[in-house]
Design a protein around this ligand. Sequence first.
Ligand SMILES: [Zn+2]
Ligand SMILES: [Zn+2]
Length: 92
Amino acid sequence: MNGYYDPPEPDPICWVCFGNVDHDRCICPECPTCGVHGDPSCYVGKDAGHWLVLSDAQKEQAAAIQADWDESCRREAEWIEKTQESWEILEK
Ligand SMILES: [Zn+2]
Ligand SMILES: [Zn+2]
């Protein structure tokens, strides 16, 4: 694994609820402390001092989207492997 590759540009997603921000799928509430939506550092408790707590809806959406990702990550890994194989051929 020492080949260099540019992965496809990922969709902008919220790192808290994993909703696609472009499609208004982020369901996170606004942080009362800093006024942003879906910043994971607002959810880490006393270190950030923002104390937002994940709602069940956020957890459910994140879990559902992560399950989807597992599937697409497998496909992407296969794609990367194939790409690297063809580059190895080109580099010879
Ligand atoms: Zn979100
Ligand atoms: Zn915050």
